[in-house]
Design a protein around this ligand. Structure first.
Ligand code: RTP
Ligand code: MG
Length: 158
């Protein structure tokens, strides 16, 4: 049996421009809370080109990259830090496969099946590993990836 952490974990979720403009944020937030996540932070932003380029840097050499940047800068997004045990994998399961068109067939109850359209316009993002969750959370919320100021065991000295 693989050893899985029983500690709370944090992941970064984004409701992409098609999710926000399609008025899916309330439904998505309800699914998040009903699935046992707490929302630790949230931010609504219209992302700049250079922000998307940096955030999705791992895809910068791919043919779809210019189109991805155009899509992600096309309107406001809702960025959230979600917390629960096994948050990273559980959020990925909840959103479903990348291709929303396929998700409608193979994972009809997933979030991408509900509000996505195709391989690009898939309405939500989720960190894909512990490493990318830490990177992505600190990218949008500097200081929140590991260190919690409100934790009483972290004594703020000055
Ligand atoms: P995300 O990072 O947004 O959570 O999505 P993902 O892990 O499921 O998929 P990833 O491979 O990381 O791709 C990032 C986003 O790029 C767009 N995409 N377009 N061939 C294509 O046209 C293509 N492939 C990917 C999608 O918006 C995808 O979510
Ligand atoms: Mg990804």
């Amino acid at each position: 049996v693989p050893c899985r952490s029983l500690e709370n974990e944090r992941t970064l979720a984004i409701v992409k421009p098609d999710g926000v403009s399609g008025n899916y944020t309330t439904s998505i937030r309800n699914i998040i809370l009903q699935s046992g996540f707490t929302i630790q932070a949230q931010l609504t932003l219209h992302l700049a080109q250079h922000t998307v380029t940096t955030f999705y840097a791992e895809h910068s050499t791919k043919a779809f990259f210019p189109s991805l940047v155009k899509y992600m800068t096309s309107g406001p997004v809702l960025i959230m830090v979600l917390e629960k045990v096994n948050a990273i994998a559980d959020w990925r399961t909840l959103i479903g496969p990348t291709d929303a068109r396929k998700a409608k067939i193979t994972h009809p109850h997933s979030i991408r099946a509900m509000c996505g359209e195709d391989l690009q316009r898939n309405c939500v993002h989720g960190s894909d590993s512990l490493h990318s969750a830490a990177r992505e959370i600190s990218f949008f919320f500097p200081g929140r990836a590991g260190f919690n100021m409100d934790d009483p065991f972290n004594k703020v000295l000055w």
